[in-house]
Design a protein around this ligand. Structure first.
Ligand code: ADP
Length: 476
């Protein structure tokens, strides 16, 4: 059994979870520890004990450790990519790309360690100095989903350690393999005992225990809206700092002056790559009526040509859906699309030489924005195509959602691009680029039902992972 890492030791536990390859159900990746509330308690105590020394450690020590972790991930990117593709179903090039991204994030925060700065301000009182400094929050609980099994943990764990916090990491049940590899690398990076802990297991057990634990000072969570909402309520009860990244129903507007091949490529990528399992996926394609039929015809042809298959297969463009539960949910939405009156292209489950959860990309033509298929996050390779009369109508449709993570527009007009950038109510706006695919050194996050709390990534991460101290010194 692959063990948890608590207080500098690899420790087993009574229960375990099976990790299977969604591209080939005969491929058992391994048994992974499924921890208990007691394991979480041990990890929280170890982390709390390590906080005072780590929080006051020399920034060069933390910079060197993060740099070592980043370099180790990079040197093992093939192994990581293979594990990630095998357990999550992302294609191998995408999986290796995500691994490289994780390494870059650790290297970015290695440097940020040396840039933690505050303010010195003149006091309004004589002979008094005022200083504003940033200090660690304490023990940070990290709860992550299965869809980016190394990048999301990296963008939470790296800043947590950078700013002097200690970490208890609970990865998703479906992707413990990548998390375990990451923990191995961190364990080899010579951090003081207790600074980093891994507790794999069920969200309802380990996650719940983390949210309720008095020694956990802050929780950074990425996952679904219902779990995030419940977690925020529980965190408020314990007065914990909380940061939530949840779903999206991201619009991509295609104007009549768009470069059509570019728009098709952006929509194909945004809607279907990574099997549509990205919170920034373009699941609502809002297309100007003048080019609607042409756009739909081209998109249907291009989507039908995408090669769906085993994530490790040569030339595969779309890997499997992550689990049977997710596949059933996706197929139910395809049925719902028909019931709601959309015209469905693709979306059927398909067979491959290996038994897995393969689904052809689904396009819902003549969809309305008010339909459930256009309002609820499906989290699969499914996109509604909605007609818009003009720019104002397209903008109104784009903003008519309970979410607000990412949005995009394909247009040749600077005026439309500028208007859209200013008036879109999403946290991230893309012009002539897919809604998914972001840089690692700038803020990531959304509004309304998509996010709560301060932004992740880049220098903005300091808002969540530090606490500000204002000190007054009288030297009279
Ligand atoms: P997804 O649909 O992406 O699996 P979830 O919100 O169910 O989204 O899961 C995201 C993460 O939250 C996972 O690590 C999961 O184990 C964890 N989780 C699930 N339920 C809870 C809970 N009640 N408390 C804390 N964490 C939870």
């Amino acid at each position: 059994m692959h063990q948890n890492y608590i207080n500098g030791q690899w420790v087993g536990c009574e229960e375990s979870l099976e990790n299977r390859n969604p591209s080939d159900l005969t491929d058992l990746i391994g048994q992974y520890a499924s921890g208990s509330a007691a394991d979480l308690d041990q990890a929280a105590q170890a982390a709390a004990q390590a906080v005072p020394a780590w929080g006051l450690s020399n920034p060069q020590v933390r910079a060197d450790a993060l740099e070592r972790i980043g370099a180790a991930i990079l040197s093992r990117k093939g192994e990581f990519g293979h594990m990630l593709a095998r357990e999550e179903g992302k294609t191998l090039p995408e999986a290796i790309g995500e691994t490289v991204r994780a390494a870059q994030i650790f290297k970015f925060f290695a440097q940020e360690t040396l840039r933690i700065a505050g303010d010195a301000i003149d006091s309004v009182r004589p002979d008094v100095d005022v200083m504003v400094t940033r200090e660690p929050v304490g023990v940070v609980g990290v709860i992550t989903p299965w869809n980016f099994p190394i990048a999301i943990p990296a963008w939470k764990i790296a800043p947590a350690l950078c700013y002097g916090n200690c970490v208890v990491f609970k990865p998703a049940e479906l992707t413990p393999g990548t998390a375990h590899l990451l923990a191995q690398i961190i364990a080899e990076a010579e951090l003081p005992v207790g600074v980093f802990n891994l507790v794999m297991g069920a969200g309802s057990v380990v996650g719940q225990a983390m949210v309720e634990h008095p020694l956990i000072d802050a929780i950074s969570f990425t996952g679904s809206v219902p779990v995030g909402r419940a977690l925020a309520v529980e965190a408020a009860r314990g007065l914990k700092k909380v940061q939530l990244e949840m779903g999206g129903k991201n619009p991509m507007v295609v104007m009549d002056d768009a470069d059509m091949p570019l728009a098709i490529e952006a929509c194909l990528n945004g809607a279907f790559y990574s099997t549509g399992q990205r919170c920034t996926a373009s699941s609502r394609l809002i297309v100007h009526r003048a080019v609607y039929d042409d756009f739909c015809d081209r998109l249907v042809t291009a989507a039908a040509a995408l090669k769906v298959g085993h994530a490790l297969g040569a030339g595969t463009q779309i890997g499997p859906v992550v689990s049977e539960k997710q596949l059933r949910s996706n197929l139910a939405y395809v049925d719902l699309a028909r019931e709601e009156g959309a015209e469905v292209f693709g979306g059927e489950q398909i067979n491959a030489p290996t038994e897995g959860f393969f689904q052809r990309p689904a396009i819902f033509r003549n969809a309305q924005n008010s339909m459930r298929i256009s309002q609820e996050e499906i989290f699969g390779p499914c996109a509604s195509v909605i007609a818009a009369d003009d720019f104002d109508h397209a903008l109104a449709l784009a903003n008519d959602t309970a979410f607000g993570l990412s949005s995009g527009i394909c247009t040749g007009s600077l005026k439309y691009a500028r208007e859209f950038r200013r008036k879109s109510t999403a946290g991230m706006v893309m012009v002539n680029l897919p809604t998914a695919g972001v840089d690692y050194h700038v803020p990531f996050g959304g509004r309304r039902g998509s996010s709560l709390g301060s932004r992740e990534q880049g220098r903005y991460a300091a808002e969540f992972y530090t606490s500000v101290k204002t000190s007054y010194v009288f030297a009279g």
